[in-house]
Design a protein around this ligand. Structure first.
Ligand SMILES: C[S@@+](CC[C@H](N)C(=O)[O-])C[C@H]1O[C@@H](n2cnc3c(N)ncnc32)[C@H](O)[C@@H]1O
Length: 380
C-alpha cells in the first residue's frame, strides 16, 4: 500500500465513521479516486493575515499529501489567474476562484442528488475534476457531462480526469447556459453557486429530474437547495439543513465597484438588532430581502450598498441603547431587510430548511414554511 492509499483509506474511514458516507457505491468511488491527481498544488490561508494571505503547497512539499487527504477545501486558483505552481515562496492574496471542494461535501452532495444507474448527470463547475471523477466512477463515463468556464482550469481537469482513468464528457463554457449541445438530463449538480436558477437548467433537466444547487448572492449568504423539476421551466423543493457555501458562478458575481463612500441620509431607530445579519440564516433572509445589495460591516454596524441603484443603508449603535439606521437612495434597503427579519422572527427564527423555492413562469420565489407563506422573489 502506498502512503496515498493509506491516507485515502483513513479519510474514507473518517467519513463513514461520522455518518457522511453511507452508500457502498460512493464509498467504493471515494476509495478508488486518488485526490492528489487533481490537486498538484494548493493555497493554504496564513493564520491571522488580513486581508487573507496564502502560501502555496506543491506536490513534494512537506505535508502536501496529508493536506490532500484532510477533509478540507483546497484552493487551487486566486483571482482567476494565480496558481500554486507559479506563486513562489511569498505570501499571495486574492479571491479564491477555483478549488477542490472538501470531500465530505462533495460525497454528501452526490449521495443527496440520488443519481443512479442509467441517469444522465450535468455537473456545473468541473473545478479540479475530482468530483467529476467520483461521479464517473460511480455512474460510468457516459453518464456524466461536466462544464467549467475557466479554460485553464478546464484543461487541467481534463488531464487529471484522464490520468485517473476516466472519460466523462467535459465541456469548456458558461455552465449557466447548460449543455451547449442542448442535452437532456435526469440530474444537475452545481459546485458553484447562483443568484437564481438559470433558465437553461430548467429546460435541460427532464420533468421528474432533480437539481442540487447552492443559492447565494452579493450579501454573501448561501443555502443549498434540492429541487424537483415539475415541468419545462418549473421546479420546486426545499433548502437542506447545514451550512453549505460555494463560490458564486463567475457570470453571477457582483460587478466591480469603486471604493464605497458612505453618504448622509434619512435617520430613524432600527426595530431589529443589526447583529441578526451576522447569523447564518439572518444573513440569508437579509439577502432575500435586498437581493442586489452588497453587505459589509458587522454587529451593530451593518452596511448595505445596492449595486443596482446606489441606495445605501447603515446602522450605528446608539450610546443610549438600540441602533440608528441611515438610509438614502430610491430603495429603502433597511426597511426591506427589517420587514423580512421580522417575518422570520415571527416564525420563531427557523433554520434554512424551513425555506423552500418554487420556480414557475411567474418567477422564482423563496418561501418560508409553505408555498403560501411569506416569500421573496429571486433577482432573475
Ligand atoms: C468550487 S469549484 C468546483 C469544485 C469541483 N467540483 C471539484 O471537486 O474540484 C467551482 C468551479 O466553478 C467554476 N465556475 C464558476 N462559474 C462557472 C460557470 N458560470 N460555468 C461553469 N463553471 C463555473 C469555477 O471556475 C470553479 O472551477
Amino acid at each position: 500500500m502506498t502512503t496515498s492509499d493509506i491516507l485515502r483509506a483513513a479519510l474514507v474511514n473518517q467519513l463513514t465513521g461520522n455518518g457522511t458516507l453511507t452508500d457502498p457505491a460512493w464509498i467504493d468511488a471515494a476509495t478508488a479516486v486518488p485526490r492528489e491527481l487533481f490537486v498538484c498544488g494548493y493555497f493554504v490561508p496564513i493564520d491571522g493575515s488580513a486581508p487573507t494571505g496564502y502560501r502555496a503547497v506543491r506536490h513534494g512539499d512537506p505535508g502536501y499529501l496529508e493536506g490532500v487527504y484532510a477533509d478540507q477545501t483546497l484552493v487551487t486558483q486566486l483571482d482567476g489567474r494565480t496558481r500554486p505552481e507559479e506563486a513562489g515562496e511569498q505570501s499571495v492574496s486574492g479571491a479564491p476562484s477555483s478549488s477542490s471542494t472538501l470531500p465530505s461535501l462533495v460525497l454528501a452532495m452526490w449521495q443527496r442528488l440520488g443519481a443512479d444507474a442509467g441517469h444522465r448527470v450535468l455537473e456545473v463547475g468541473t473545478g479540479t475534476g475530482y468530483s467529476t471523477a467520483l461521479g464517473a466512477h460511480r455512474l460510468g463515463d457516459g453518464a456524466i457531462t461536466s462544464i467549467e468556464c475557466d479554460p485553464w482550469v478546464a484543461e487541467r481537469a481534463a488531464a487529471a480526469v484522464k490520468a485517473a482513468g476516466y472519460a466523462p464528457r467535459l465541456v469548456t463554457g458558461d455552465g449557466l447556459g447548460g449543455d451547449p449541445d442542448g442535452g437532456s438530463f435526469d440530474r444537475l449538480i452545481a459546485t458553484c453557486s447562483v443568484r437564481y436558477l438559470p433558465t437553461a437548467w430548467l429546460h435541460q433537466v427532464k420533468p421528474g429530474g432533480r437539481i442540487l444547487v447552492t443559492l447565494s448572492g452579493w450579501g454573501y449568504a448561501n443555502a443549498l437547495a434540492l429541487l424537483d423539476v415539475t415541468g419545462p421551466g418549473e421546479a420546486t423543493g426545499r433548502f437542506l439543513p447545514g451550512y453549505t457555501s460555494f463560490m458564486i458562478a463567475r457570470s453571477h458575481d457582483r460587478p466591480p465597484r469603486p471604493a464605497l463612500a458612505l453618504l448622509p441620509g434619512k435617520e430613524r431607530a432600527s426595530r431589529i438588532d443589526p447583529a441578526k445579519l451576522d447569523t447564518w440564516t439572518g444573513s440569508w433572509v437579509a439577502q432575500l430581502a435586498a437581493p442586489s445589495a452588497e453587505r459589509m460591516g458587522a454587529g451593530g454596524r451593518q452596511i448595505l450598498s445596492d449595486v443596482a441603484t446606489g441606495s445605501q443603508a447603515r446602522t450605528v449603535p446608539d450610546p443610549a441603547g438600540g441602533w440608528t439606521v441611515v438610509q438614502r437612495g430610491p430603495l429603502r434597503l433597511w426597511d426591506q431587510v427589517e420587514t423580512a427579519i421580522e417575518a422570520w422572527q415571527s416564525a420563531g427564527e427557523p433554520p434554512q430548511d424551513a425555506f423552500g423555492l418554487t420556480v414557475s413562469a411567474a418567477g422564482q420565489r423563496v418561501w418560508l414554511g409553505s408555498h403560501d407563506g411569506p416569500g421573496w422573489n429571486l433577482p432573475i
